[in-house]
Design a protein around this ligand. Sequence first.
Ligand SMILES: [Mn+2]
Length: 254
Amino acid sequence: MKYVEGDLLTLPGPGRALVVTDLHGNLEDFRKVMTLWGKCFNRKCHLILTGDFIHAMGRVNDHSIEIIEEVQYYHDKYDNFHPLLGNHEWATITKILIYKGGVNQNLNFEQLLMETFPDAWEEKLEEYINFFQTLPVAVRTENGVFISHSGPAKVESIDDIINLTRDSYLDNQPLYDLLWRRDPKKRDVNQFLEKVDCQAMVVGHTPVDGYKLKGNLLILSSSYGKGRKVYLELDLGKEIQGGRDLEPLIKYFR
Ligand SMILES: [Mn+2]
């Protein structure tokens, strides 16, 4: 079962959710993730991709298009496959220029589209933008885990998350913070968690060696990162009182 309201996806328990971050056009890692999901109770686990599945560091081995095509396919076919919005998908929607390793990623992406679909690249870009606009920004699990690309943000309640992109993707500080923010203070994390009625949050975005636990904020790197690659196998029926309860649920890719 999946329950999407505006920009928020709510996952009830019991059950399991695999949380995977920042694939950035890495097809080999995407395949590993899909194999893992296939083995997780025969795809009955939820699979959450926390955004930034597109845009590799350079043109070589940028498999963003293959990944989007597959992500769209699985998204349409399975109701427990949950891609979220990342700052790179956001940059595609808003056409705000984004750089990574000094490379203009929007331009790179357009060139990739032109090579792949020479006669229809603009239509494909439109299709992808429309798809990205359907993606939720965050997940809240019934056992109190908030999952997003980055964060936290200044909000008053969970309703602010539900209505996050209702008005605009631009000039939207809470949205910007949930997609771009790095190195937040523990106090800001805890204030946010209180507002959205959660005990811990899981994000990607900032490259780390496997994972970094900072109070109730867990940062994961599943593909693009600083060394080891991890994912979270979240038990949706388990009581989560804070970040420390997430640490035993972290698994390494092999
Ligand atoms: Mn990011």
